[in-house]
Design a protein around this ligand. Structure first.
Ligand SMILES: C[S@@+](CC[C@H](N)C(=O)[O-])C[C@H]1O[C@@H](n2cnc3c(N)ncnc32)[C@H](O)[C@@H]1O
Length: 256
């Protein structure tokens, strides 16, 4: 397993369970794509099924693949109607020319070789099929999260490693892989959070946990203490609201 799959395998029990954050983005993404009922959809890096489960509920025939065994077992157990497979998405063990739509929520920026993943997705997609990938994106939070972000900015340089790249130019990657009609749409979530501890637990239930774990134990404890103090201040002055944005990268597999 790569470090990424190991991380998500370890997080799988709590991933998207503290606050339905990724599920909210998935619902918005499916609203934007709005495909026809019955389409064959491949969801890559499916996690607990934020996109896959919502798509199945909307009537798509869904195949979901992820390389973290515990993500796969949770998804398969919760949604027996979805074809769930344990697979590295750099090497899709799936037939070519088969799917009408490929989705990937918050995964393309985490993989080792995005170009190889996109080449594989082109192979399994039918001509004129759509691809839709989300990555973290811009969000207007009216300065609400400035103080929390500043705490992280202070600690980040002391982290032993950067677990994930800071940025991936997904549009260029899609063009270079041969997709056409490449475009982006920004979406955002605005989720009230009941209390500071729940908000901290949310942060430690997804990829952000890897950043905190890259700090030495003393710094990690101090970052947690300062973060909870800031979250408590937010809670007492109007409430904690999770404002986050994502960019949907849409493209089409060419006709031939
Ligand atoms: C941030 S999570 C996103 C999960 C889900 N798409 C969502 O929106 O909630 C990233 C997922 O991609 C999976 N992943 C990362 N690299 C992968 C790879 N090379 N092959 C398959 N899955 C991978 C991880 O195991 C994890 O479940």
């Amino acid at each position: 397993m790569t470090d990424t799959w190991t991380l998500f395998d370890r997080l799988a029990d709590s991933y998207d369970q503290v606050i339905p954050f990724f599920a909210e983005f998935a619902a918005q993404m499916l609203d934007v794509i709005d495909p026809s009922h019955g389409m064959r959809l491949l969801d890559v890096g499916s996690g607990r099924g934020a996109i896959a489960a919502a798509a199945a509920a909307r009537g798509y025939t869904v195949t979901a693949v992820d390389a973290a065994p515990r993500m796969v077992s949770h998804l398969a157990a919760a949604h027996p109607g979805i074809d769930v497979r344990l697979m590295d998405i750099h090497h899709l063990d799936l037939p070519g020319n088969c799917y009408d739509l490929a989705t990937g929520g918050f995964v393309i920026h985490l993989v080792t070789t995005p170009a190889q993943v996109l080449t594989e997705l082109r192979r399994v997609l039918r001509p004129t099929a759509t691809i839709a990938l989300t990555t973290p994106g811009p969000c207007e939070d009216h300065g609400r999260w400035n103080a929390f972000n500043e705490i992280w900015t202070e600690f980040a340089p002391r982290a032993a490693a950067r677990p994930f790249p800071d940025h991936l130019d997904v549009s260029t990657c899609l063009h270079e892989a041969g997709f056409v009609d490449v475009r982006t749409i920004d979406i955002a979530v605005h989720l009230p959070v009941s209390d500071p501890q729940t908000c901290w637990d949310f942060h430690m239930s997804h990829g952000f946990a890897a950043r905190v774990e890259a700090l030495n134990p003393t710094d990690a404890a101090e970052f947690r203490r300062r973060s909870l103090a800031e979250l408590t201040r937010m809670h007492q002055s109007g409430g904690i609201v999770l404002d986050r944005g994502a960019t949907i990268h849409l493209a089409t597999n060419p006709a031939s």
